[in-house]
Ligand binder design. Sequence first.
Ligand code: SF4
Length: 333
Amino acid sequence: MSDLLQATDLRRHYRVRTGQGLFAPKAVLRAVDGVSLALRPGRTLGLVGESGCGKSTTGKLVLGLVPPTSGTVHYRGQTLPPVGTPAWRGLRRHIQMVYQDPLGALDRRLPIGTQIEEPLVIHAKAAGAAERRDRALATMESVGLQRHQYERYPHELSGGQRQRVVLARALMTEPDLLVCDEPISALDVSIQAQVVNLLLDLQDRLGMAYLFISHDLKVVRQVSHDVAVMYLGRIVEQGEAESLFAAPAHPYTRALVAAIPAVDFGGGSKRERMLLQGDPPNPVNVPSGCAFHTRCPFATAQCRAEAPTLQPLARGRMVACHRVHEPALQVAA
Ligand code: SF4
């Protein structure tokens, strides 16, 4: 099956001031630094990592909302056109975004029905008001909203209902791909499972692919077919979700997985105790060599001097770690 979306060697660097004042020296912040991803139709790729690791910027690069410093994004084999151009708008209706904060994503002054219909107006996909309304009502029902809520305003709905409105609006253009950026983290815990189940159900019914960006590995494990783990702008491990969670190989992934609240990881895997020490380093001052060496219990002189690149491990797993083949770090992938 060919890829729906392919991102190759994406980089997004910013020049930022390192102190206060107009004359403070500038440095380069490497928000995304050489990320390659592939997403197949109907599949979910989970993108995980601590906050500030560049996963949200990667989502925006994939949508074309942020232009890359370098690298390419191909959608169905076609290069993503420059943002704002007619070609970008035409392609953009196939790739929609679901944000973390549904209230912030909606206009408080407009009834939700009007907002759900909006993509049809923008992309001229429906002939008249009656057709737009019919399609909005049908889509509302498909995401678990009631028809009478068509006239309601965002503040009259619960957080979970507002996220359903955002989803309904995204579905109006019949996208192939949803980029979901922390789609449940702003919701009450009691509502989170409902929205996750809705996403799974929609994927089943409509065959959409998801790029699911989250710091919550428990949820990522539940929804993802494949997973990519980011640390300070780079992917340090990626592979098939089930085997990655059962046997994480990179020391960073192992620490993240060890921190997931107790769940059955299946496959007879043993949970190891590996605590993640300290906070991630300042992204404008990334450590030399392997960026994870300041927190890694296995770091050596080579790790401090040379940056590892992603290397194949087994069964499609890719890992960026100098020592991953050594017995001390070996896991059955
Ligand atoms: Fe740890 Fe070295 Fe591997 Fe980096 S390359 S994760 S520092 S063992």
